[in-house]
Design a protein around this ligand. Sequence first.
Ligand code: GRF
Length: 187
Amino acid sequence: MSRLAVFVSGGGSNLQALIDSDVKNSIALVVSDRPAFGLERAQKAGIETVELSRKELGKSGLSEAIEKVMAEHKIDLIVLAGYLSIFTEEFSARWRGKMINIHPALLPKFGGKGMYGHHVHEAVLAADESESGCTVHFLGEGVDNGEIIMQAKVPVVEGDTPETLAARVLEEEHKLLPKAVLSVLKG
Ligand code: GRF
């Protein structure tokens, strides 16, 4: 059975969706790069947690520290669920095909550098798109690229703000992420 580590930086509602699904039994560890409410969700569910501070470790120090913790916990699959730090190229190369990310837009559109949080939804509205959604994908060489595992769409509606669109997308994320991770776990 795969041993999964879920990475969070914030509220962790996507982590919660995993905890509330059949994925839970595979979650061996939750990792954060800063103090995050997601850690409390994990602890409440009886899952081990570790905080590796991006601020204290820096980019390469962080990747090294994570690599060590992954080995200690015999992790073979990483799920980035709202994780904001970026890894070194070496780390990404080693974990290629074993690191899954969720992005709040329909990749390959509205991905890449600077496209996170409200920036994504602002860009979708500015481009006058009629739909948006979320993408679960394997991490490739760059930011937000790589093989797409699953996507879900939502409509953009008249009068949408970045906040209303984000909420509609997030609701779909909570359904899509457990489904996509389960499909990877089942091979
Ligand atoms: C989600 O929109 C996710 O797609 C993005 O960051 C947000 C995290 O939300 N990468 P949460 O921490 O899971 O509540």
